[in-house]
Ligand binder design. Structure first.
Ligand code: PHB
Length: 391
């Protein structure tokens, strides 16, 4: 009798535990957030982490009856780390989505794992066009380099720039930036005097800047990933190139809001095309910048909005999917989603899962004693031109 009671008790206990475990698993939605918190791209990790925290502080951590839990992992922007961490998050932590990805190689390394696990992969930072094609479970809230590079090429043509030296970091987004710019610029009658590639790791720009100066171009088109613009600008000024009349143009990564406040007045007048400026004139952005600065003591940059909007996309997809948490339901819910971001209006292309957004032309100016990218022209609802050209 006693034995039978004991067994029954054990069975009931076991059942109770299993049920509790099941309920807990169902009620929590886990996001594995993989970011470069250390190393050369650490500013991207810092910006995105701060934006994710802000989004959750403002919107709560319960969505469609699920408690949102973020598990942060530092990959140092090393793709082998990204892959291992994504694997661990999927297998051990049983995350429902992976997000972050500070650089293209990191986003690419995780893509096959998202496909295999059938969970959403939200790309909040990386900008090479091809990324979204690497898994049907990827959606992107950052940008593509082609979006800004084509638009600045068009601006250059219209503003009397005829001869350009391109300088890009020697990896995939640099190649995209270089190609998009050059194709558009030469089609408009411009000449590329030299196409220079700069090593991605610990770059010394000086020898490349000398080569650029020797070619006597009207402008240097520069792409370096967020975090390197300060060094580039410093070396440009050290060689006196700011006084030689050679303009700097490019996608806005080089005058990134994270570094811009400390770049010095020599960068005033630099014109770039980009998706976000902390100076963007909208009520939504003013509230975002104020809350972000209050929480962090630094300005949000374009990576921060990628993170903030990535969280928005996950939250809204969970609501729209009516409590379903499987990757297919969530990705279906994300397709075509539209909202107002601090950057302006944006949406997820239902065909490609890539970001559609305004691209602004901006000029560095001093406002209330601080350097800002001040937007002065808007190109609305820009799709990734590389994918558009393939159709
Ligand atoms: C990228 O690796 O895709 C990347 C990183 C930082 C940027 C732009 C692109 O600013």
């Amino acid at each position: 009798m006693l034995r039978r009671q004991l067994l029954a008790g054990c069975a009931a206990l076991a059942f109770g535990l299993a049920a509790a475990g099941g309920a807990a698993a169902q009620d929590v939605f886990k996001i594995g957030l993989i970011l470069p918190m250390t190393g050369q791209q650490a500013s991207t990790g810092k910006q995105i982490k701060a934006a994710v925290d802000l989004y959750m502080a403002q919107h709560g951590n319960t969505v469609a009856g699920k408690k949102i839990e973020v598990i942060l992992k530092d990959d140092g922007a090393v793709p082998d780390n990204t892959k291992r961490l994504a694997q661990e998050l999927i297998v051990n932590d049983k995350v429902n989505a992976i997000a972050g990805f500070g650089v293209t190689p990191a986003a690419l390394a995780a893509a096959p794992l998202a496909t295999e696990a059938k969970i959403p992969q939200i790309v909040m930072a990386a900008g090479t066009s091809i990324i979204t094609e690497r898994s049907p479970y990827i959606a992107r809230t950052s940008f593509t380099l082609a979006q800004s590079s084509e638009i600045i090429a068009d601006w250059a043509i219209k503003n009397g720039i005829k001869k350009v030296v391109t300088m890009v970091s020697d990896y995939a987004p640099g190649a995209d930036a270089q190609k998009s710019f050059s194709d558009k610029f030469t089609a408009g009658g411009g000449t590329i005097a030299e196409a220079i590639k700069i090593p991605l790791a610990n770059p010394d720009f000086a020898p490349f800047l000398q080569r650029a100066a020797d070619a006597k171009p009207d402008a240097v088109f520069i792409f370096v990933p967020s975090g390197q613009g300060g060094t580039f600008m410093k070396q440009f000024v050290e060689r006196g190139m700011d006084k030689s009349g050679i303009k700097i143009i490019g996608p806005g990564d080089v005058t990134d809001d994270d570094l811009l406040p400390n770049m010095g007045d020599q960068v005033i007048g630099t014109v770039t095309a980009h998706l976000y400026s902390a100076d963007h004139d909208s009520a939504k952005n003013k509230a975002f910048v104020e809350a972000f600065k209050k929480a962090n003591n630094f300005r949000p940059n374009f990576m921060a909005v990628g993170g903030y909007d990535g969280m928005h996309l996950i939250y809204e997809a969970l609501k729209k999917a009516g409590g379903k948490t499987d990757g297919d339901s969530l990705i279906a819910a994300m397709k075509g989603m539209k909202w107002e971001s601090p950057r302006g209006p944006m949406s997820i292309d239902p065909d490609t899962r890539d970001v559609i957004q305004n691209i602004y032309i901006r000029k560095v100016e001093k406002k209330n004693g601080e350097l800002y990218n001040v937007e002065f022209a808007t190109f609305e609802n820009v799709k990734d031109p590389v994918k558009a050209a393939k159709k």
